[in-house]
Design a binder for this molecule. Structure first.
Ligand SMILES: NC(=O)c1ccc[n+]([C@@H]2O[C@H](COP(=O)([O-])OP(=O)(O)OC[C@H]3O[C@@H](n4cnc5c(N)ncnc54)[C@H](OP(=O)(O)O)[C@@H]3O)[C@@H](O)[C@H]2O)c1
Length: 312
């Protein structure tokens, strides 16, 4: 049996766990550390791999990730990515190559939420979802009686938090930014209008006292993405982001439990994610599952790789 070769860009938590998971399946793996001064080497290494995997952090607006993706695709190789900036901010450049990109891990990790919006969304009424498992984990833990700082430490110990945050406010605002990128990806993949990027959103940054105030209502509050027609009036809740595009509004805010239809979003345990798609004359479709975290993310990246190898 032929050994499959993986080129992994990014030797962090995901990249390292991915290498172990692929090796356990008999793949040969090698890492690519940095683009700097190494662009010609990347092209050669990518062309020798069966699949290129992108597991880098987003230190810019996704430009670096977008360059890796396009270079690997130009080398004729399928790419699997868990980085969000590229699909959020460079969607127009990447859209022609979507059949060769595995991007399931960019939104909802192991729960594969994007499969719900990739199919044609005729007669769409709304999309609602919990797209940041880390915020869900924090609110869930505090609702179970844990204090906010212990809940944050537990999230960090589980590898759920975006890297680099030193305080509760930094951690929550980093997750809000992560939710904004994921919301742009959901919109872009759903294809309801022209692509959105981060710069198209207005958003507010939360201070620690505001976050603590929200966490005091943790039992009845969740951070929810909503996409609905702009003609519908919606009361804005506290904190988050918002963009209008082609007759639709895409917003993420902390909402309180006041609508029975969305009970599913308020009952999600720990770092689970969910998406609910409502269409006229159809029952609502729901996908939910464990989102954030290293194991589920690596699991769907490996699954994407086999799917791409089969179809390309
Ligand atoms: N952790 C999760 O649960 C999870 C879930 C879904 C998606 N993701 C996404 O997965 C990605 C990786 O997450 P992680 O937790 O593994 O982060 P991490 O531990 O911070 O690792 C990121 C790695 O990327 C490398 N890197 C950054 N920019 C690079 C560039 N331009 N070229 C080459 N390497 C570069 C870093 O190298 P240096 O530090 O040496 O510069 C580091 O080794 C992120 O985009 C994250 O949003 C994570």
């Amino acid at each position: 049996m032929n050994v499959l070769n993986a080129l992994i860009v990014g030797k962090g938590r995901i990249g390292t766990a991915l290498a172990s998971a692929l090796q356990a399946r008999g793949w040969s793996t090698c890492f690519f550390a940095s683009w700097k001064d190494n662009a010609p080497f990347f092209r050669v290494a990518a062309s020798r791999a069966d699949v290129v995997f992108l597991a880098i952090s987003t230190r810019d607006d996704g430009a670096a990730a977008s360059t890796y993706l396009l270079e690997a695709l130009r080398a004729g190789r399928p790419v699997v990515t868990c980085e969000k900036g590229a699909l959020a901010n460079y969607f127009e450049d990447l859209e022609p190559y979507l059949p060769y990109i595995g991007f399931t891990a960019t939104v909802g990790g192991g729960s594969e939420l994007l499969s719900l919006v990739r199919r044609p969304l005729k007669r769409l009424v709304s999309i609602r979802g919990v797209v940041n498992g880390t915020l869900n984990f924090l609110f869930w833990q505090v609702a179970q009686g844990q204090d906010p700082y212990t809940a944050l430490r537990a999230a960090q110990e589980r590898g759920l938090c975006e890297p680099g945050a030193q305080s509760l406010a930094e951690a929550v605002n980093a997750e809000l930014h992560d939710a904004l990128l994921k919301s742009a990806i959901v919109w872009n993949v759903a294809g309801l209008g022209s692509p959105l990027a981060s710069v198209d959103f207005s958003y507010s940054i939360l201070a620690e006292p505001e976050i603590l105030r929200l966490l005091r209502k943790a039992a009845t509050t969740r951070f929810v993405l909503t996409i609905h027609p702009t003609t519908e009036h919606h009361w804005f809740e506290f904190g988050g982001f918002m963009a209008r595009r082609d007759g639709w509004m895409v917003r993420g805010d902390f909402v309180s439990r006041n609508d029975d239809q969305y009970d599913a979003l308020f009952n999600l345990p720990k770092e689970h994610n969910a998406l609910i798609v409502k269409r006229r004359w159809w029952h609502a479709s729901l996908i939910s599952g464990r989102g954030a975290g290293i194991a589920p993310t690596v699991g769907v990246m490996v699954k994407d790789a086999y799917r791409l190898l089969k179809s390309t």
